[in-house]
Design a protein around this ligand. Structure first.
Ligand code: HEM
Length: 720
């Protein structure tokens, strides 16, 4: 970069010739020089070409400076329609267009064959990364634009100050000016500076001064970059999104600097959860999501909410949900999980996108679809038998079915997917449960971006340890399976899910191969997703049948008609119609997963709305399932007959109105596995017992990742 820097200085000195022996305003000159240098070195263009961008950034800086203290005042919504706000919107758009113009120009040169690469400067590296085939390294167009903005500004503004103040000091302290001149002549004579000379330890400045200069410049750039990014995240972006959505008639609680509505959400939730509820109506929507319930009534079906500075478009309209979930343009990506949820579920199939997702989905599909499921029926039956054997000690007494269902579903996923018993996987389950609790209690805590680098809370430290311990346990299990192959005890890795993962880890085709980290993440996901959700389905369906004994009788009749006293079989399971209706109604009233989150990668049209990039969309399954407009006035009552003619009829052809397992390409991979497991368990229980809810039961559903009964579900079982 030295020649480019020298050339820029020469241009400046050439200008100075006209003003010799007169005053020159060096701050302005230094501004021009540093702008020219950053344009030449990082963006391969002259100052004149980038002047427009630079001027707009300066204007934006002025707006930022004069509004700096306004954002902390309550009632920030009043500033929404201010002139500054409108102007900054326009400026942001114009800067974006200009930068994209610079990027396009460079890309076109490569496309037309004028250049054979994107260039070795900063802009070239950004474009290269934008085209990276590895999704992990790739950056989006928005990221490129942001980086350009940051470096235009940070690369100029800070160095400008450094140079101008130095000139001032040397102009005042002419003795040091002389010393510096002497040093320059000693090193370069009348030649232009070169890289070796300028990096030699300086006699005049001294090593200490050099280090201080270097550090202070670095620190200034760092602080400026942090400040620009911080303001971009917590101020420009949220205000811009709020403004765009408001202009399209989307209302919602106003954005409040940084903490969004989270305090209000926590207050509403705490209030509703502290009181047990009556279960004659299963009106859990108002209880579990009081914010969505109240705000939906206030602002309409779709509205804008805030998770800290993150804009969340809450969507409860089935048509829009269908559009989002069916989108194949890669616009709605999986929302980024917070650090705790990520440690819980890993960076596996649930979050993956693109090729990584296809690869992982193929393995999971193979392990959990059709033929594979038939093969799992005996293991599921054996697990239910173990549970029922335990129950013989408690006949005619209360049994806490949520605990029992948890043990059963853990045993089933351990046996079918990992070829081990619950006891072997118990440690992993317990650790995952602990991680689930930490995730739940940190859900609404807003952290300052980047604060994790300097300070870690007790929960962060504990979750780090748990994550490490889970990883070690899973690796132990994988090693055991691999050793069996090595010692010749087995001649393959096994046909279950774990076996498929290990096989994929050893795949000779790099495209299909998965890493050890991916294996660990997949195991975590399936241990958790395979157990926690099905646990809820089984426990809540037992609860509902214990109250609605008429439906219990209908289900029992169907089971006896199909299986008599025999254990269930794959063909019969597929014909359990009444049971399917009951399970659907359970999933409608108590869906284990109550929200789905997607992040909008780039601006997109959704129905009649234009949704800006960086908005999150939250699809509320619970709100959908409890929407009287979809289900009628009796929406909060248990009425399995709704599903007598299938889901389409039950939802009035709003097929996205009932989505307990999600919808579209990312639909749950374990859907049939969960349904089979619940049907087998319920059939075998109904064949043996009549049951009613214990009078000790206290209805208090809460959300700890999934919906759980806070006080368990005690049920009294009487032998038939
Ligand atoms: C009643 C039981 C279950 C319910 C209600 C349920 C619910 C869901 C939902 C709503 C999604 C979609 C998430 C989204 O789109 O963001 C999902 C995805 C997923 N579920 Fe389930 N699930 C259940 C059982 C299971 C089981 C038993 C397994 C594993 C054996 C499993 C594994 C997964 C996986 C791996 C995904 C991610 C799929 C992908 O992104 O391609 N689930 N589940």
């Amino acid at each position: 970069m030295v020649p480019a820097m020298i050339a820029s200085v020469e241009t400046m000195l050439e200008r100075w010739r006209q003003h010799e022996e007169k005053q020159i305003e060096v701050y302005k000159e230094s501004k021009l020089l540093t702008a020219e240098v950053i344009f030449q070195t990082a963006f391969g263009s002259s100052y004149l070409e980038g002047e427009k961008i630079f001027d707009m950034l300066m204007k934006m800086g002025m707006i930022m400076a004069r509004n700096r203290f306004k954002i902390r005042l309550p009632g920030i919504g009043k500033f929404l329609k201010s002139r500054d706000d409108n102007e900054s919107d326009k400026l942001e758009q114009a800067i974006r267009e200009s930068i994209i113009g610079v990027i396009d120009k460079r890309e076109e040169k490569v496309m037309r064959g004028e250049e054979n690469n994107y260039g070795s400067d900063f802009l070239g590296s950004l474009i290269k990364t934008n085209h990276d085939i590895d999704e992990k390294n790739r950056i989006s167009v928005d990221n490129m634009v942001d980086e350009c903005k940051t470096f235009y500004l940070a690369g100029q503004e800070t160095t400008n100050g450094l140079l101008a103040w130095r000139l001032l000091l040397l102009a005042v302290h002419t003795d040091w000016q002389e010393k510096a001149r002497m040093e320059v002549f000693e090193l370069f004579g009348q030649q232009k500076p070169n890289a070796e000379g300028s990096s030699l330890p300086s006699l005049v400045l001294g090593t200490g001064a050099m280090i201080i200069t270097f550090l202070s410049t670095g620190l200034c750039i760092f602080l400026l970059v942090v400040l620009v990014r911080f303001l971009h995240k917590v101020w420009w972006t949220p205000i811009r999104i709020q403004h765009i959505m408001a202009s399209q008639g989307i209302k919602g609680p106003a954005y409040r600097f940084l903490h969004g509505n989270t305090k209000e959400i926590i207050r509403m939730r705490d209030e509703s959860i502290s009181t047990p509820m009556d279960f004659s109506s299963h009106h859990i929507f108002a209880r579990l999501l009081p914010d969505i319930h109240a705000w939906k009534q206030l602002y309409g079906r779709n509205y804008l909410s805030w998770y800290g500075p993150q804009a969340q478009l809450v969507v409860t309209d089935p048509e829009l949900i269908k559009e989002i979930m069916n989108n194949k343009d890669g616009v709605y990506l999986k929302g980024r999980l917070d650090q705790f949820a990520k440690k819980l579920l890993g960076d596996g199939i649930v979050l993956a996108e693109g090729e990584k997702w296809s690869k992982l989905r193929k393995i999971a599909n193979h392990a959990f679809y059709a033929e594979s499921l038939k093969g799992m029926v005996p293991a599921m039956i054996a697990s239910v038998e173990t549970m029922l054997e335990r129950w013989t000690q408690h006949e005619e007494k209360e049994i806490e079915v949520n605990k029992e269902s948890k043990l059963l579903t853990a045993e089933v996923i351990s046996r079918t997917a990992f070829g081990s018993s619950y006891l072997e996987g118990e440690k992993i389950f317990d650790m995952l449960m602990k991680m689930g609790l930490i995730t739940a209690r940190n859900r609404f805590k807003i952290r300052l971006p980047g604060s994790g680098m300097f300070w870690k809370s007790c929960d962060v430290l504990e979750s780090d340890k748990i994550e490490q311990a889970i990883r070690e346990s899973i690796l132990g299990m994988i090693n055991k399976r691999e050793e069996k192959m090595v010692t010749g005890e087995e001649n393959n890795y096994g046909s279950d899910f774990l076996g498929s993962l290990i096989k994929a880890n050893h795949d000779i085709d790099e495209k299909n191969r998965i890493s050890v980290d991916e294996m660990v993440d997949e195991c975590k996901t399936f241990y958790f997703a395979g157990q926690e959700t099905t646990n809820g389905l089984l426990a809540w369906s037992l609860f509902l049948l214990a109250i609605h004994t008429d439906w219990q009788e209908k289900a029992r009749k169907e089971v006896f008609e199909l299986f008599g006293q025999q254990n269930p079989n794959a063909e019969g399971i597929a014909r359990l119609k009444i049971m399917s209706m009951i399970l659907n109604e359970t999933l409608r009233l108590y869906p284990p997963v109550i929200n789905l989150l997607r992040r909008v990668e780039r601006e997109v049209r959704l129905g009649k709305l234009i949704v800006p990039a960086n908005t999150h969309v939250m699809l509320s399954i619970l709100a959908l399932h409890h929407d009287p407009e979809l289900w009628g006035k009796d929406v909060d009552l248990f009425k399995p007959e709704r599903f007598a003619d299938g889901v389409a009829k039950a939802t009035n052809n709003n097929i996205a109105g009932f989505i307990p397992f999600g919808f579209g390409p990312r639909i749950c991979v374990g859907l049939n596995f969960a349904a089979n497991e619940a049907k087998i368990a319920l059939s075998m229980i109904l064949q043996r017992y009549r049951f009613t809810l214990s009078p000790d039961y206290v209805h208090s559903p809460i959300q700890i990742v999934t919906i759980r009964p806070k006080n368990g579900i005690p049920i009294v079982f009487n032998k038939l």
